[in-house]
Write a new protein. Structure first.
Length: 278
C-alpha cells in the first residue's frame, strides 16, 4: 500500500513538472549597434489585458521594476551619456519611478534581483535621470522598450506602454572612437579603402574638407576606376566650392556607373551634373 501511494505521488510530481505553458510576460533580448557601441537590452514584456496601466497597475510615485519578472537590464560596451550625464560601460538594472509629469530613471549596478531589490542600495545607483513622458496617439498593448531614432552618435531609448512613452536620450562616443581609428590608421600605411573611408567620414561630419580632399585624391591614385569613390570626391569638391573639379569628378563617376550598370549612381551623378552646371 505504501509503495502504491509513493508511486502515485512520484507520478503526479513528475507529470506536473512536464507541463509547458506560455509565460504571461515573455522575455526578449535586443542587440543593437549604435554608432560603434554595442547595446544589449533584456527584459520581460507584460501586456495590458484590459487593465489600466499608468497610475494603477504601475502606480505613480512608486518604484517600478520597468517590466516583469527578473530585472530589466541594459549593457553598454562603451561609456555613454544618458540625458547628458555620464554612465560608465557595463551592465545595469533599469528601474523607474513613474509620474504624471516626470519619470525618474535609475541605472542600478546590481542586476541579480528578482524584480525590485529587497533592500535598496543607494551605493548601487550609478545614475539617475529625469525624463518628461509624452502621450501616444495609439495604445501600446504590450510593454515595449525600443532603441529608436538611430544615428551615428546616439539613439532614443523609449519605454512605451498604454498611451505613455518615456524617451531617454543616449549619446555614444562614435566620433572620438572614429577619430582615434583614423589617426592610428593614417600613421600606419593606410590603403585606398582607408583613405576613402576617412575622407567620407570627414565630409559627412563637417570636418576638415581639405584633408578629406587630400585623402580621396590619394585613394583614387592608389586604386582608380571606382564610381562610388569619384562620387564622394565630387561631393567633397562641391562642398569646397570647386565646381569645375566637382563636375569633372561627377562625369567620371557617371561614366563608370553606366559601364557597371548601376542606375542609382547614374541618377545621382546626372542630377549633380545638372545642378552644378547652372
Amino acid at each position: 500500500m505504501k509503495k502504491s501511494i509513493l508511486l502515485v505521488l512520484l507520478t503526479y510530481s513528475f507529470g506536473y513538472a512536464q507541463v509547458v505553458a506560455p509565460q504571461p510576460s515573455p522575455s526578449t533580448t535586443v542587440k543593437q549597434v549604435v554608432g560603434l557601441t554595442d547595446v544589449e537590452l533584456s527584459y520581460s514584456r507584460p501586456s495590458m489585458r484590459g487593465r489600466t496601466i499608468m497610475g494603477a497597475l504601475v502606480p505613480y510615485g512608486e518604484m517600478w521594476r520597468t517590466g516583469a519578472n527578473r530585472n530589466t537590464t541594459l549593457q553598454f560596451s562603451d561609456a555613454v551619456l544618458v540625458e547628458g550625464k555620464s554612465l560608465a560601460a557595463g551592465t545595469y538594472a533599469l528601474f523607474t519611478r513613474p509620474g504624471k509629469a516626470l519619470w525618474e530613471v535609475f541605472f542600478y549596478t546590481k542586476t541579480d534581483n528578482g524584480g525590485l531589490p529587497s533592500e535598496w542600495d543607494a551605493k548601487a545607483v550609478a545614475l539617475v535621470v529625469e525624463v518628461t513622458p509624452t502621450s501616444l496617439n495609439e495604445s501600446v498593448e504590450t510593454f515595449t522598450i525600443a532603441l529608436e531614432n538611430l544615428h551615428n552618435n546616439g539613439a532614443t531609448l523609449s519605454l512605451n506602454w498604454e498611451n505613455t512613452s518615456v524617451p531617454i536620450q543616449v549619446e555614444v562616443p562614435t566620433d572620438s572612437k572614429t577619430m582615434a581609428s583614423i589617426t592610428k590608421t593614417m600613421n600606419n600605411n593606410p590603403n585606398a579603402d582607408d583613405m576613402y573611408a576617412a575622407a567620407v567620414y570627414y565630409l559627412q561630419n563637417d570636418k576638415d574638407l581639405n584633408k578629406a580632399k587630400e585623402w580621396i585624391t590619394k585613394s583614387i591614385a592608389m586604386e582608380d576606376g571606382k564610381y562610388w569613390v569619384y562620387r564622394q570626391q565630387s561631393l567633397i569638391l562641391a562642398a569646397l566650392n570647386e565646381k569645375d573639379a566637382a563636375l569633372e569628378a561627377a562625369k567620371k563617376s557617371l561614366a563608370l556607373a553606366e559601364a557597371a550598370g548601376n542606375q542609382d549612381y547614374v541618377r545621382l551623378n546626372t542630377a549633380a551634373i545638372a545642378e552644378w552646371s547652372k
